[in-house]
Design a protein around this ligand. Structure first.
Ligand code: M6P
Ligand code: ZN
Length: 183
């Protein structure tokens, strides 16, 4: 393939040219939150991708724009996934907003990192990752990952994350997930 360039707006995360766009509405996150979703058509986040061949010679990258808001006491968040090829790592660069990067291993360990403009988060292989918008503005971050990382959403859909990030009296709080079904 030939080299190419994309313009990334460092404030909004917009890509020019914009190629593949995935929209997730609350209806697509059904069952993720403990509380019922009242507005299923509401936009939760958009993923703008820079396509490349999905093999281990290439890198995929994307902007995620995650809206602010809550369902019950849980903040809007991404579905979250393990990589189908478990050992594949990922880098997040936050451009805007206030977030938390919630990570978990399959044996139930949790790790949380802050996301703020300029933060570079390193997600090692074997760690599932979900971003959570704890602020009042869109959380915007750019991610880079190996082309053959792949997505395993099923494990998280079945087991959930061991921990949740909820709105507490003193702001965002990490609490055990009572619905966690992992080991
Ligand atoms: C980041 C990357 C993408 C991912 C997106 C949304 O941009 O990790 O690969 O698709 O976040 O997360 P999810 O796929 O879990 O909904
Ligand atoms: Zn990933």
């Amino acid at each position: 393939m030939d080299p190419f360039s994309t313009l990334l707006d460092l404030r909004t995360g917009a890509l020019d040219p914009q190629r593949k766009v995935t929209e997730r509405r609350l209806a697509d996150l059904d069952g993720l939150f403990a509380a019922p979703v009242e507005d299923p058509q509401r936009l939760a986040y958009r993923v703008l991708e820079i396509p490349a061949p999905a093999d281990n010679s290439n890198l995929l990258s994307s902007t995620t724009i995650l809206e602010p808001g809550r369902v019950g006491d849980e903040y809007l968040m991404t579905k979250g996934h393990f990589h189908a090829t478990r050992e594949r790592a990922e880098i997040y660069v936050t451009l805007a907003g206030d977030g938390r990067l919630l990570m978990a291993t399959e044996d139930g360990r949790t790790h949380v990192e802050a996301m703020a403009p300029g933060t570079v988060n390193y997600v090692p292989g074997w760690w599932a990752h979900r971003s959570v918008n704890v602020g009042d503005e869109p959380l915007v971050f750019f991610a880079v990952y190996p082309g053959d990382a792949g997505y395993d959403y099923g494990t998280i859909e079945e087991q959930g994350f061991p921990s949740l990030i909820v709105a507490g009296p003193d702001g965002p709080a990490v609490v055990p997930n009572p619905r966690y079904r992992g080991t």
